[in-house]
Design a protein around this ligand. Structure first.
Ligand code: DGL
Length: 262
């Protein structure tokens, strides 16, 4: 049994394309429908109830588009999901936080873990609570790094400004073994962060989430055995700037279609 229905992937904007690119790399046969809620970004400073409302609208759109599974490729959205979200939606849901929490919790070499993310994600304590629950001997330190998303979106990578701001944030962390990049955009800063924290293992979501998706699709006999497939990209507000940014985050030229939310 298999299914050639698409997998829905969504984020507040174009950052989730780092996750979509990870899925595309591991599972080239899976058709993807990506949705970036560019009309409402950033989610990182929004209230939990506002984000849940947007997530509801996007999930309905992706389900109505025939998606067989949903990837919540936004840490801020994943951090406020209700526990019964997948049951209510009636689709398998993979988010960017749970698989990372399980991976880190199961690695005995990691004792002291740092997390950086948006204010919404850090305030939710979803990483600390999740890791402590599975592995109470680990210590987790979370720091909100709200300037990083606009910095990355403006292309401030590998330069004096990005290093200065990163240094300011990373100095707030004590000695750690690993740092979770708890935001869709941060994989683009891996080079800068490694220079500042050369002995710290950096953990980001795209690979881990792609593997988790593969596992879930396989378990439910939903994998698509085709060799190549298409990706359709929607945003709730389309501009040239988003289109350029989207191609940069996805690592290939893409075209965005506009689909305003109700
Ligand atoms: N995608 C968001 C996240 O991973 C970052 C951008 C935003 O704040 O909307 O938390």
């Amino acid at each position: 049994m298999h299914s050639n229905r698409p997998v829905g992937v969504f984020d507040s904007g174009v950052g989730g394309l780092t996750v979509a690119a990870g899925i595309r790399g591991l599972l080239p046969g899976e058709a993807l429908v990506y949705f970036g809620d560019t009309a409402h970004l950033p989610y990182g400073d929004k209230s939990a109830h506002a984000i849940r409302e947007y997530v509801q609208q996007i999930s309905s759109f992706l389900k109505d588009s025939g998606c067989k599974a949903l990837v919540v490729a936004c840490n801020s959205a994943a951090s406020v999901l209700e526990p019964d979200f997948a049951d209510k939606l009636g689709l398998p849901v993979i988010d960017v936080i749970d698989p990372v929490v399980r991976m880190v919790s199961g690695d005995p070499s990691l004792k002291r873990i740092g997390v950086i993310g948006t204010r919404r994600t850090v305030q939710s304590k979803v990483y600390s609570n999740g890791i402590r629950k599975l592995s109470p001997d680990k210590v987790v330190f979370e720091v909100a790094t709200p300037l990083l998303v606009p910095l990355i979106e403006e292309g401030f990578l590998h330069n004096a400004a990005s290093r200065l701001i990163l240094k300011h944030y990373l100095e707030q962390l004590p000695q750690i073994d690993a740092l979770i990049l708890g935001c869709t955009h941060y994989p683009l800063l891996t080079g800068d962060i490694s220079e500042l924290l050369p002995d710290v293992r950096l953990i980001d979501a795209p690979q881990v989430v792609a593997l988790e998706l593969e596992h879930i699709l396989e378990e439910r006999a939903l994998l698509n055995p085709d060799e190549t497939s298409s990706t359709t990209f929607y945003v709730s507000d389309r501009t040239e700037v988003f289109e350029q940014m989207a191609s940069h985050f996805f690592g290939a030229e893409i075209h965005l279609r506009e689909h305003p939310l109700p």
